[in-house]
Design a protein around this ligand. Structure first.
Ligand SMILES: *[C@@H]1O[C@H](CO)[C@@H](O)[C@H](O)[C@H]1NC(C)=O
Ligand SMILES: *[C@@H]1O[C@H](CO)[C@@H](O)[C@H](O)[C@H]1NC(C)=O
Ligand SMILES: *[C@@H]1O[C@H](CO)[C@@H](O)[C@H](O)[C@H]1NC(C)=O
Ligand SMILES: *[C@@H]1O[C@H](CO)[C@@H](O)[C@H](O)[C@H]1NC(C)=O
Ligand SMILES: *[C@@H]1O[C@H](CO)[C@@H](O)[C@H](O)[C@H]1NC(C)=O
Ligand SMILES: *[C@@H]1O[C@H](CO)[C@@H](O)[C@H](O)[C@H]1NC(C)=O
Ligand SMILES: *[C@@H]1O[C@H](CO)[C@@H](O)[C@H](O)[C@H]1NC(C)=O
Ligand SMILES: *[C@@H]1O[C@H](CO)[C@@H](O)[C@H](O)[C@H]1NC(C)=O
Length: 683
């Protein structure tokens, strides 16, 4: 089908980039081709190891930060290509490519052909000789920073178009490394972020014309998806580009472009030629061939760092009496207005010793949490919000009253608020025990949680979430459910924290970007991670990840410089299909546990992480499944985030890696890609 050659955009995935690139980030994406596999201890695997032994060094020691290699003979020959971003240090390059070898084998287990992308590098190895091809065949990943620009979108898009175009041309024709960076002022159009920065790169073995064709292709196919957005990035093995409103690369910009003329502002100027979308050739959008998947991810989810917030509620049985001055309602019915929740700033200052560092319990996505002691010796946890709410103060008050009314055994209770002198403080009851992650993932403490406690924790979280989703007046989507947001009381009863906060705040939490983001990244459903589309089913996804973590005792974090990074979903799925699931259950509790219940939990967990939100159960269904012993469960299919190429034959892999349903051919009518493309398409 000729149309596939013309429409590489079919493979385009748009997701969101974290705004602070660092070597600690997980792979930003991968393409796995499971149509040909090798086996453990095979010659092919040995050849990959040989490549791993020299290719990272060869890439980092070359002035282009680029290396290709071929090892072995047919049928076990392996071709490989590694490229680091032109501004990467040699040490980072070596590290990135080495990690890529490891991750590629984890993310694409035993696949002969795998491609992994990181912020600083990309690696592909394959049994096919792809080294002479300069075409990515549409195997590109695109990421958009979903924040809207403050400059007029038309002016901004034109400026980005000019910058990227010039940077691409420079990379292709003026740089022997095929790498260029540039910047362009926005003048008065954006006073807070007065510049845009761009980067373009091809593999240095490409001829100038091929590099330009490659870059023009990805620029054209993505321009529309990036319109009016603060940042965008497209990554292919052969060529890549990126722009941001901050300097995301090392070193000075090679190109300095002039500011746009002020005269541009009011008139609706047409987008420049290279910023118009690729016309769908050879197939209409309806047949799926030219589909561009615009998938965005609000920063809020990516950034809520997975830090333990030691906010634990405990009912103080021994101290029923509270001082009148700090009393707060315990019955949701009593909370009619914000007045009943208000606590004085002076009281909270005194309670926390003026927010002394020594009282700091932790730092979450919304601010720092301090321990405090009220005059009656009542312990509290005070969350000092650092984010500015996107709502006015009156709306914020109303919202907080509603959040305070959300009371459930499995939710942390908001007992007071303080909105004074630009301070926004939320007060919760304090408990010395910590969040689930601090026990579950601590090898010394995890044995404190036997299977009985874990099962009760799973049940409790399910009930708390069901209450938020289905039973409360508000129908809250948590949006950041994770082990560090599940607090345990003295009896290990789980309480969900930070619910209701996501809707209060702007999604701009870029200041909180840290390497720890990895933890949260692992909980995001594909539609949320890539499109910013969230629903109660995105919470169900996070819950599924949480169950799998609880049963296996492993964190689903994929950090590329971490030795212990685990792509839990793939791991569980692999063991599930191979019938060896018992091997990955947490050994600190498996000895005395009812295996069936654990299997059921894994089963439910897998159902919750299905790629298609519609295939994930509602929390009310989950609680029924958990408590019943008779219901038979539907078999899960491969969970989300195990991206795979189709089983198409070799020559087609790079030209039609993703096909729409109506395009499916006799070879592989139900390839994983069709599933993923269908599900990722905006509904
Ligand atoms: C390769 O392995 C994957 C699972 O790891 C499997 O789904 C796929 O069918 C295998 N491919 C072949 C050609 O055996
Ligand atoms: C591969 O080799 C390792 C160590 O030599 C051994 O433990 C493992 O069982 C082997 N696997 C297979 C599938 O032969
Ligand atoms: C790395 O470079 C050395 C020296 O040029 C070469 O002998 C070796 O084959 C290269 N490694 C690979 C994997 O191509
Ligand atoms: C190398 O990686 C570190 C993070 O590990 C990063 O802070 C630094 O900027 C990188 N340096 C270069 C030149 O890539
Ligand atoms: C790759 O090589 C590094 C050392 O250079 C080694 O630590 C690592 O285990 C190797 N990885 C694989 C997948 O063989
Ligand atoms: C950006 O603007 C569009 C409408 O112009 C709006 O729908 C979208 O929610 C905005 N996105 C953000 C992150 O503010
Ligand atoms: C982009 O670059 C191409 C190739 O040099 C050029 O023909 C075109 O006019 C440029 N477009 C813009 C908007 O700068
Ligand atoms: C790039 O190279 C071309 C000739 O190949 C030259 O005309 C042009 O001035 C160069 N551009 C820059 C910015 O150096």
């Amino acid at each position: 089908m000729a149309s596939h050659h013309l429409v590489p955009a079919a493979a385009l995935l748009l997701a969101f980039i974290l705004t602070a690139p660092s070597a600690g980030q997980p792979p930003i994406g991968q393409f796995c081709d499971s149509s040909a596999n090798f086996t453990a201890n095979s010659t092919y695997q040995a050849n990959i190891r040989l490549l791993n032994a020299t290719l990272p060094k060869n890439a980092s020691s070359s002035p282009n930060l680029f290396a290709t290699g071929t090892v072995g003979t047919l049928p076990d020959i392996v071709y490989a290509l590694a490229l680091c971003r032109g501004d990467t240090s040699a040490a980072n390059c070596t590290r990135c490519v080495t990690t890529a070898f490891q991750d590629a084998q984890q993310r694409c287990p035993y696949n002969r052909d795998a491609t992994v992308f990181y912020d600083p590098c990309a690696l592909r190895f394959s049994n096919q000789n792809f080294l002479s091809s300069t075409d990515d065949g549409g195997n590109v990943l695109a990421y958009v920073n979903v924040q809207n620009v403050s400059a007029p979108a038309k002016v901004f898009d034109a400026a980005v178009g000019a910058l990227i175009n010039a940077t691409a041309v420079y990379a292709a024709t003026n740089s022997s490394r095929r790498f260029a960076t540039g910047e362009k002022g926005l003048g008065n159009f954006d006073k807070t972020n007065p510049k845009i920065y761009g980067l373009a790169q091809c593999t240095p073995d490409m001829a100038p014309a091929d590099c330009r064709t490659c870059l023009q292709g990805i620029i054209a196919m993505t321009a529309k998806g990036f319109s009016g957005k603060k940042g965008g990035q497209v990554r292919g093995l052969r060529c890549s580009y990126r722009y941001e409103q901050y300097q995301f690369f090392n070193g000075p910009s090679l190109l300095q472009l002039p500011e746009p003329s002020p005269a541009l502002a009011p008139s609706p100027s047409p987008a420049p030629a290279n910023m118009t979308p690729l016309p769908s050739r050879g197939g209409s959008k309806s047949n799926g061939a030219a589909r561009i998947l615009a998938i965005t991810l609000p920063i809020v989810a990516a950034i809520l760092a997975s830090i333990a917030i030691c906010l634990c509620l405990r009912r103080k049985k021994s101290k029923p009496v509270r001082k009148a001055s700090v009393s707060y309602p315990t019955n949701p019915e009593d909370i009619e207005s914000i007045e009943s929740l208000i606590l004085d700033l002076s009281t909270l200052r005194a309670a926390t010793n003026n927010f002394d560092e020594s009282n700091k319990l932790g730092e979450g996505g919304f601010g720092i949490v301090y321990k405090g002691i009220l005059p009656g010796d009542e312990e509290i946890a005070v969350k000092r919000l650092s984010q500015s709410s996107r709502q006015g103060i009156e709306e914020l008050k109303n919202e907080l009253v509603l959040v305070a009314k959300l009371q459930h055994k499995n939710l942390v209770r908001l007992v007071g608020v303080c909105l004074e002198e630009h301070e926004k403080l939320l007060v919760y009851e304090y408990m010395p025990n910590k969040s689930l992650d601090t026990i579950l993932f601590d090898p010394d403490r995890s044995s404190q949680l036997d299977w009985g406690s874990r099962f009760r924790i799973v049940n409790g979280i399910a009930r708390g979430l069901q209450y938020l989703h289905e039973d409360s007046q508000l129908k809250i989507i948590h949006r950041d459910l994770k082990a560090s947001n599940v607090l345990l009381d003295s009896e290990f009863i789980p309480k969900i924290s930070d619910f209701g906060l996501a809707r209060l705040f702007d999604s701009d939490q870029s200041k909180d970007v840290t390497n720890r983001v990895v933890g949260t990244y692992g909980y995001m459903s594909p539609e949320y991670a890539m499109r910013g589309a969230y629903s109660i089913k995105s919470d169900v996804f996070s819950f599924g990840v949480l169950i799998l973590e609880i049963v296996t005792g492993r964190r689903n974090s994929v950090s590329y410089d971490s030795e212990q990074s685990v792509d839990l979903l793939s791991l569980v799925w692999e063991h599930w299909t191979m019938g060896t699931i018992v091997e990955i259950m947490d050994s600190s509790m498996t000895s005395h546990s009812p295996g069936d219940q654990m299997l059921k939990c894994i089963h439910i967990g897998l159902l919750c992480v299905q790629e298609n939100p519609a295939d994930r159960p509602l929390m009310s269904v989950v609680t029924v499944l958990l408590s019943s012993s008779t219901v038979s469960l539907q078999a899960p299919s491969r969970p989300a985030f195990c991206i795979e190429k189709s089983g198409a034959n070799d020559s087609d892999i790079h030209t039609e890696p993703y096909r729409g349903n109506s395009e499916s051919t006799s070879r592989s009518p139900m390839s994983p890609n069709e599933v993923s493309i269908t599900e990722l398409e905006p509904r």
